[in-house]
Design a protein. Structure first.
Length: 607
């Protein structure tokens, strides 16, 4: 199809994701304000209600509906899942759960496979170079996940559903308060016989997962204490590349624990401190192959101290953070602790009509060169319905422990002399809110982005010896494109549309980056009639290549998902949904299986 026609169709539907976030609380785009109307950054929010409306069971399923985000998985449920934001690598986006950094220090990326959406209150994604706020890895953005909290009145919730492929999904939670102390406890589980991880395999590769979360908010002296804890653990069967593996299983778990304290200092100042720990672990076992036996673990301890000033228009923050990350890969004899320390400052003049903001940050790394990064942005609202915004920033990504310390053999080794990857880029957007009241809302807009990533680390043969591979700072990428999305609501009916046009290339070879589609998007519409409701959700992915040389094409596809519910009593619903309603065969990664049509039936109760 003519790409210009795609652009016209998208523009007719579109609104920038910044506009989609206007009705939500935004806390991740800036430490200066939580008012989304006074944020210049390109930020989107997806709430638990929106995830439930489209039937998203995992966080990865919710993310792929957002503009600028593409997901690739190595098989069905529980298999490795990667997120590419604005065409960057999977390790070019930093991920936080309740303000605690998560992910693997050995691979440098976060695996989305086991992260359930049941206990998530909202997801905020900030696009573009964000190291000026978050330090290493925030080359194309930052993703913040916030878990659900306690409630003023006791609330009970339960969900149980079963579907094809021997699939089952259940969740239960209690949220309550005792005076000013609020708390919540939630648990979720899912399992499936699933499909073969190897696309042409003859045996299924089952999975099962269990998640638990806890939140506590309590006054302590003049301030407020908060405690959050979350664990997602799972077990899945895996296959080898190009063949079934009958005894290959992987255990995984991810933990995030955060303890924070917010202390007001007068009417305009506030001091916040947060300590956290996260764990990311994988254990592979295979009785038939020594290659599939491994123990990989990352433990990160973090501490952040921030002082915030919030005047009528002037806002500022000053802070430091510290991170100690221990990465272990027993099979590769990697056992190293990385210490990273950052100092940052942010300031802005933010009014209803216009605003300017900026941030600077200095990072010190125990293994590689230190880095200085910054960002600046602004917005202009010439009329209440129209917002113009722009941002420019720099970013970096420190080499992973695998890149630095991979054990030397006759064929390969790590490189302790690697430099951090560096990026600089800008974006500009226009947002128009034609209608926003109790009856309905219509938000439209568009955003263009352009970013260059230099000194990309690439494994390849060294000069003079084509048989010896080593990581080197030799690659360079250009990431640019358009992001569109739209939101419309009128009484009981709603609709959303998002579309991305992406040009992500290796500037050295001129080839497209692997698994990045030029065009991707999602469309959803639904109705909530009080006693019944329904939704239609469509995910679209254009053609891609599975390899850097662009010799292994992946065809484009679209998936249709349906969901409906019917109230059958006070606080009780019957729920039905269909994933991949057309039973499409498609590929997210070459040679890996995907789930066919799965029909679900269940019951949901709230009190």
């Amino acid at each position: 199809m003519n790409p210009n026609r795609h652009l016209l169709v998208a523009a007719a539907l579109a609104a920038a994701t910044h506009a989609w976030a206007q009705s939500e609380v935004v806390v991740s785009a800036s430490r200066l304000t939580s008012d989304p109307a006074r944020v210049s950054a390109d930020v989107s929010v997806i709430t638990s209600e929106q995830m439930q409306a489209i039937g998203a069971v995992t966080v990865a399923e919710a993310l792929q509906r957002l503009a600028g985000v593409q997901i690739a998985t190595n098989g069905g449920w529980g298999k490795k899942a990667s997120a590419f934001v604005r065409g960057g690598n999977s390790g070019h986006v930093v991920v936080f759960i309740d303000g605690v950094r998560v992910g693997s220090e050995t691979t440098g990326a976060f695996d989305w496979a086991m992260l359930s959406a049941d206990e998530v209150e909202r997801i905020e994604i900030v696009r573009g170079p964000q190291s000026g706020l978050y330090g290493s890895d925030a080359i194309t953005g930052a993703i913040h996940i916030y878990t659900k909290r306690g409630a003023d009145k006791p609330r009970l919730h339960a969900l149980a559903e079963a579907g094809g492929l021997g699939s089952a999904h259940a969740a239960a939670s209690i949220a309550a308060a005792n005076g000013e102390v609020r708390y919540r406890l939630g648990v979720n589980a899912r399992r499936s016989r699933d499909v073969s991880a190897y696309a042409k395999g003859t045996e299924p590769d089952p999975m099962q997962a269990l998640g638990v979360s806890f939140a506590l908010d309590a006054p302590l002296g003049p301030g407020m204490l908060s405690l959050t804890a979350r664990q997602d653990a799972g077990r899945t069967a895996l296959d080898n590349m190009g063949a079934d593996a009958l005894s290959f299983t992987q255990l995984s778990w991810q933990q995030a624990l955060a303890l924070g304290y917010a202390l007001p200092l007068g009417e305009t100042w506030e001091l916040r401190v947060k300590a956290g720990r996260s764990v990311d672990a994988l254990h592979g076992r295979d009785l038939q192959s020594s290659w599939n036996n491994y123990d990989i673990r990352t433990t990160q301890d973090t501490l952040r101290l921030v002082a915030r000033y919030a005047g009528e228009a002037l806002a500022a923050s000053l802070g430091v953070d510290w991170r100690s990350a221990l990465g272990i890969n027993d099979a590769s004899k990697i056992h190293h602790r990385r210490i990273q320390t950052g100092a940052f400052a942010e300031a802005g003049w933010l009014t209803e009509r216009w605003g300017l903001d900026g941030a600077v940050r200095q990072d010190w790394n125990s293994f590689t060169k230190n880095a200085f990064t910054w960002r600046a942005g602004g917005y202009l609202r010439p009329m209440p319905a129209l917002t113009l915004s722009a941002n420019y920033g720099t970013a970096f990504k420190a080499p992973t422990l695998n890149d630095l310390f991979w054990p030397a053999t006759a064929w390969s080794s790590g490189n302790p002399n690697l430099r951090p990857e560096k990026a600089q880029g800008w974006d500009a957007g226009v947002d128009w809110t034609a209608l926003a009241d109790e009856a309905g809302k219509l938000a439209l807009g568009a955003r263009y982005f352009d970013e260059t990533v230099r000194d990309l680390i690439q494994w390849g043969p060294i000069p003079g010896n084509p048989f010896f591979w080593k990581p080197q700072n030799v690659a360079r990428a250009r990431l640019r494109g358009w992001e569109f999305s739209a939101q419309a609501r009128w009484d009981a009916f709603w609709a959303e549309a998002r579309w991305t046009l992406l040009d992500a290339k290796d500037e050295k070879t001129g080839k497209r980056l692997a698994r990045r589609a030029r065009e991707s998007g999602s469309f959803a519409l639904g109705a909530d009639l009080g006693r019944a409701g329904a939704s239609l959700d469509i995910v679209i992915q254009g053609p891609r290549f599975d390899d850097a040389k662009n010799t292994k094409p992946l065809a484009g596809y679209h998936l249709i998902n349906l969901r409906g519910w019917l109230a059958v009593g006070e606080g009780m619903k019957l729920v039905a949904r269909v994933e991949n309603a057309e039973n499409k065969h498609y590929e997210l990664a070459k040679g890996y299986g995907v789930r066919p049509r799965v029909v679900w039936l269940g019951v949901e109760a709230s009190k």
